[in-house]
Design a protein around this ligand. Structure first.
Ligand code: ADP
Ligand code: MG
Length: 453
């Protein structure tokens, strides 16, 4: 291994990063430190000599191909060389057989498209834009291929801030970086380390930003809080299924559905999600026996047209079983009533369905949910949905989505109602008549609830 710090055209920190032999490494922590560049550099290592395969990832396709984006930039690097571009699979192929592939993990499940065991090198650009489970999935699937002398490398670049700030900070022990001897490495690189850049221009632009964002982007400050001020991520209690209280202790278990029915498209690439949040309630909590605790048991989150949404809800309600009451968000007006009737009669005929007529603003409802969470009275029971859920809560109301936050707020309201049904012994059996009756009393309950918010 060479230790010569001078390679023409490569910054000293870029070189240091290229020489890391451990499997997991993170670069940067500040804007302009050449994070994106270093990830492409990594993908080019060994391409002349071995058929190495690399995958470079951004969260969305748009980010990948915008000016300065990884794919856009790779075009500048490799056009006019003997590498060949395949625009269908987003892949450069080199004469040695080596490939550099580009991908994005925009939606839950997109990571399944990429069998990371086929890659020697996976690079995540702007790591805090990804949920932790997608990263862990790629990590867990990387395997050494046969007798290849090329090491397996998972490399990332990121600034502080963004929905994944917390998990990235923890994983790499930022800003200090992982302790010596760890399997992970952090190389910090600032704007001033990048002497290829016109620094003053960059700084002037950054001076326009708010203090927190500026500190994050320029100084790589991981302590500058990027939370929205409602939920504190650490205050959710994450537990395993073996720590869950006995089902008999729950006074109610419901699933609340917050609807959206738009598929992502070119014009509307990032629409809202439909969210189904399953919540259990215990009357006498662990913190204060006079108060309840709540357990989030599952979060379903997906996008699609009304037909797809209907089918998914049907399948989830089947899985939940008849004891879990399905609460639906009821929108204003007759369309809202039709939707509820359709679910009640056609989609979920053998489930108890109730409607929640939502009142007040999202922020007010979220404030109530956040107060309970911050008191340590909301538990999250182990599942792959947790990282995305916690990230969204932590940045609310600043994040790009708030469907899960709204799902939680409204599930808490719904379960309060459910408990009052339960206490009154009204809900025993599911029958058409019972459904009609609860629908009627639901309207009354919704009115009386207005006073609470
Ligand atoms: N080794 C290099 N040689 C020439 N220019 C570089 C080099 N490394 C980075 N740059 C340039 O510096 C700028 C910032 O780098 P970039 O990778 O976009 O930073 P970041 O992703 O950290 O914001 C880009 O215009 C890039 O082309
Ligand atoms: Mg970049």
């Amino acid at each position: 291994m060479t230790t010569d710090p001078k390679v023409p055209g490569v910054l000293p920190k870029q070189l240091a990063f290229a020489l890391i032999e451990k499997q997991e490494a993170l670069f940067g922590g500040a804007v302009g430190g050449s994070k994106s560049e270093v990830l492409i550099q990594g993908a080019t290592q060994w391409v002349d000599d071995y058929p190495v395969h690399s995958l470079l990832l951004r969260r969305t396709y748009k980010d990948l191909d915008k000016p300065g984006g990884l794919m856009f930039r790779a075009r500048e690097w490799f056009s006019g060389t003997d590498a060949h571009w395949d625009g269908i699979n987003y892949r450069w192929t080199f004469p040695s057989g080596a490939t550099i592939n580009f991908g994005y993990l925009e939606h839950e499940g997109d990571e399944l498209k990429y069998q990371s065991s086929n890659y020697h090198y996976v690079g995540f650009d702007e790591l805090t834009h990804f949920p932790e489970y997608q990263y862990l999935y790629m990590y867990s699937r990387m395997r050494k291929l046969g007798s290849s002398p090329v090491p397996l490398r998972l490399r990332s670049g990121t600034n502080p801030g963004g929905p994944g700030h917390e998990w990235v900070r923890k994983r790499f022990n930022l800003p200090d970086g992982p302790p010596a001897g760890s399997d992970r490495v952090f190389v910090q690189s600032f704007l001033h380390d990048n002497f290829f850049l016109e620094q003053e221009e960059y700084r002037k632009g950054l001076d326009q930003l708010g203090d927190v964002t500026r500190a994050q982007l320029l100084e790589g400050d991981w302590t500058a809080s990027s939370t929205g001020g409602f939920f504190v991520a650490e205050n959710f209690k994450t537990i395993g299924w073996d720590e869950l209280p006995d089902v008999k202790e729950f006074v109610a278990i419901i699933r609340y559905w917050d609807f959206a029915a738009t598929e992502p498209s070119e014009i509307y690439p990032d629409p809202d999600y439909t969210v189904g949040l399953k919540l259990g309630m215990i009357a006498h909590g662990a913190m204060d026996p006079a108060l309840p605790d709540w357990y989030v048991l599952d979060v379903e989150r997906f996008r699609g047209n009304p037909g797809t949404v209907e089918n998914r809800i049907k399948a989830v309600a089947q899985r939940d079983g008849p004891k879990v009451v399905q609460w639906l968000e009821q929108e204003r007006g007759s369309a809202g009533k039709h939707l509820i009737r359709n679910y009640n009669v056609n989609v979920l005929p053998d489930r108890t369905v109730r409607a929640l007529y939502v009142t007040g603003t999202k922020e007010v409802r979220a404030a109530i949910a956040a107060a309970r969470a911050n008191e340590g009275r909301i538990y999250l029971v182990d599942g792959p949905w947790i990282p995305d859920f916690v990230s969204e809560c932590a940045v609310f109301p600043l994040g790009s989505h708030d469907d899960q936050v709204d799902g939680l707020s409204n599930a808490l309201i719904s379960i309060d109602r459910e408990r009052s049904y339960f206490d009154q012994g009204k809900v025993r059996r599911v029958s058409g008549l019972m459904k009609a009756r609860t629908r009627r009393s639901e309207r009354g309950a919704a009115m009386s609830f207005k006073g609470h918010v």
